[in-house]
Design a protein around this ligand. Structure first.
Ligand SMILES: Cc1ncc(C[n+]2csc(CCOP(=O)(O)OP(=O)(O)O)c2C)c(N)n1
Length: 330
């Protein structure tokens, strides 16, 4: 990674953290839906996404990789519109942006990613798919199905497993008896690598190698990015009920953003002034996106019926009419 790319990575990481802070504050005011921050995992999210070429590669996300999607071309205001309940045209992924929607049903995105990668291979495209899953999601049956088929078809896909030590309140040690999630790749016939997920240089390098392998027709890689969720699972969660505060203290000493700042400062490429300026410009960009998102029209109950059928069946047409007349009476 060149210095310029590392500075770009730091800006994305700061944007991720600042967006997390803003979205959480808005959720507390009732202006944003349930939100899952990437706090502490910024090096994993940004380092992996930066190994991709947005023009030809694809991202198939879980739900904690928002800045990966933005870096890949999904405009921040559209993503924010989705979070703020504007699930209308405003939130749609624009044509030509190679990302799939967030997936909350754990691991179901993995067979999709394998299918997408296999399809791209059949079309003889030189595209690669990067898909994300958590330590918790890796216990799902879809994890096995997605990785197994990818191995058999040598599909150009990178499985990026963010091991953030928690699946809501379930700790890593009871998620699996395996000493390393990366080892599982051996069972599927492709390489598995473990990387320090709080080191953006290491993540970028591991992801870059995996992307290169996939592009060269050598098939999938499983990357276990070992990191720590330095926040709640989502805005409905209260980790003080189950997390030992010492774990959080230890993790904050490995804060992925502080590490880059220290590294760049040591090399004379970063200072307080630059830090302040960058954070201010990122904040302004995030606030502008949130303002735009808030100005989009809110979704109306009748829109529940849109974008499902080309022609609405009779039964649903009646339900829509009923809903409209109920609403007009109130
Ligand atoms: C199939 C399925 N089962 C259960 C859930 C409920 N659930 C939502 S998030 C979550 C934990 C996921 O943990 P992990 O995969 O490690 O990802 P993280 O949220 O820590 O990034 C669970 C159990 C779900 N969304 N989907």
């Amino acid at each position: 990674m060149t210095d310029a790319v590392l500075i770009e990575a730091l800006r994305w990481m700061l944007m991720s953290r600042i967006y997390d802070e803003r979205a959480t504050a808005l959720q507390r005011q009732g202006l944003y839906g349930v939100f899952s921050p990437a706090f502490g995992q910024e090096a994993s999210v940004v380092g992996s996404a930066m190994a991709l070429d947005p023009v030809r590669d694809w991202i198939v996300p879980q739900y904690r990789e928002l800045m990966a999607l933005v870096r890949h071309g999904y405009p921040l205001e559209r993503l924010a519109a989705m979070g703020m309940g504007r699930v209308t045209e405003a939130a749609r992924i624009p044509d030509g942006v190679n990302v799939l929607p967030n997936q909350v049903a754990l691991a179901t995105q993995l067979p999709h990613a394998t299918g997408l990668a296999w399809g791209l291979k059949l079309q003889r495209k030189d595209s690669v798919v990067m898909t994300y899953v958590g330590d918790g999601g890796s216990s799902e049956g879809d994890f096995h199905e997605g990785l197994n088929l990818a191995g058999v078809q040598r599909a150009p896909v990178v499985f990026f497993l963010s091991n953030n030590q928690w699946a809501i309140s379930t700790p890593r040690r009871v998620q699996s008896a395996t000493p390393s999630f990366a080892l599982r790749a051996a069972g599927y016939g492709f390489p598995g690598v473990e990387v320090d997920g709080n080191d953006v240089l290491a993540v970028y390098s591991a992801a870059g190698e995996a992307v290169q392998r996939a592009r060269a027709g050598e098939g999938p890689t499983l990357i276990e990015s070992v990191t720590y969720r330095m926040s709640f699972h989502n805005t409905t969660d209260n980790p003080s009920l189950y997390e030992d505060p010492k774990q959080r203290d230890d993790a904050s000493r490995r804060d992925p953003i502080d590490r880059v700042v220290r590294y760049l400062t040591g090399r004379g490429l970063w200072d307080e002034e630059r830090d302040k300026e960058t954070r201010a410009s990122v904040r302004a960009e995030v606030d502008a996106a949130l303002e735009k998102a808030a100005a989009f029209p809110v979704v109306t109950p009748n829109q529940l019926f849109d974008h499902i059928y080309a022609e609405l069946p009779e039964r649903l047409r009646r339900q829509r009419e009923e809903l409209s007349s109920d609403r007009s009476q109130t």
